[in-house]
Write a protein that binds this ligand. Structure first.
Ligand code: MN
Ligand code: MN
Ligand code: MN
Length: 292
């Protein structure tokens, strides 16, 4: 009798495709992940799951286990925070309806910005800004680029100074739901909520602890302890936070495009020992359960 060996796992639970702001199509992304020896991948596009079906076919063809994923923007005490959802039911109708609503809100904001800037008489401003963002909902930087091209301002900085910056006509606040709300969407669809890249919000240690505690009280389960572009000090700090707040630990590269050696699929600093991996709690994913 042979004793089965533990397979070598390479788990990446945070990355983006062309379904949001990534450079690779879902298929290209999965193929690259396979090349980088990733065994388990979650595609976590911003506020959409529309890349999932394509990624799933590619994952099957390339021997990768795909986990349902998303990265949702939300508000916590007026800070924009990113929450990754993992292992949820991809067909959950309430979840999909919430995403639809979110998408409508984002388009409404873009239309409002264009409307407020209509006196600039830039023809097809909204359409051109949309093209600038690759067909997705344009944000203020996309409007700024079009305004530069149209010659109504000299550069992006001037576009913000005169028209898009704080208090100017085109300064329409982004609509994001509250933290509690998006955590509830994920949990109600059977998924696990992860506080993404906690060091990126530039919060003080005290505020980050407050955020984590609020997140846990809202039903959040995990912290992204290991992600690209972190120091080993960050890793240690987040591991401690994870233990102190009794959270599960997640990891992901946050890959967006090839050619950035510091951010590559599957290339993630090993998490410190003593943490409980979030993937031990996935319901529908073979091969990553807790050791018995
Ligand atoms: Mn992004
Ligand atoms: Mn993010
Ligand atoms: Mn991301």
């Amino acid at each position: 009798m042979t004793i089965p060996q533990d397979p070598v796992l390479c788990i990446d639970l945070h990355c983006h495709s062309t379904a949001s702001d990534g450079a690779l199509t879902p298929t290209e992304l999965v193929v690259r992940a396979a090349e980088k020896t990733v065994t388990h991948l979650a595609l976590t596009d911003h506020d959409t799951v529309r890349g999932f079906a394509e990624a799933q076919s590619a994952a099957k063809a390339n021997g990768i286990v795909l986990i349902s994923g998303i990265e949702l923007s939300c508000l916590w005490r007026s800070h924009t925070i990113h929450i990754v959802g993992l292992d949820f039911d991809i067909d959950n109708t309430d979840f999909l309806a919430a995403l639809e609503q979110q998408n409508r809100n984002r388009w409404a904001r873009a239309a409002m910005i264009a409307e407020r800037l209509s006196k600039l008489a830039v023809p097809d401003l909204l359409e051109r800004a949309t093209a600038e963002s690759g067909g997705d909902v344009p944000g203020r930087p996309h409007f700024a680029k079009v305004m530069v091209e149209a010659g109504v301002v000299k550069n992006v900085a001037q576009a913000f100074k005169r028209y898009l910056g704080s208090g100017k006509a085109g300064d329409v606040k982004a609509y994001w739901p509250e933290l509690q709300e998006v955590v509830q969407w994920i949990n109600s669809a059977g998924g696990l909520a992860v506080l993404a890249h906690p060091r990126k919000y530039q919060l003080t240690a005290t505020k980050l602890r407050d955020l984590t505690a609020d997140f846990r009280r809202a039903g959040g389960q995990a912290i992204e302890v290991s992600t690209s572009g972190q120091s080993s000090g960050d890793l240690g700090f987040l591991a401690e936070l994870c233990v102190r707040e009794r959270m599960l630990a997640s990891q992901g590269s946050d890959f967006h495009f090839p050619g950035a050696p510091w951010c590559e699929l599957g290339r993630i600093m090993k998490m410190p020992d003593g943490l409980e991996p979030v993937w031990h709690h996935f319901r529908q994913v073979p091969g990553v359960g807790a050791p018995v």
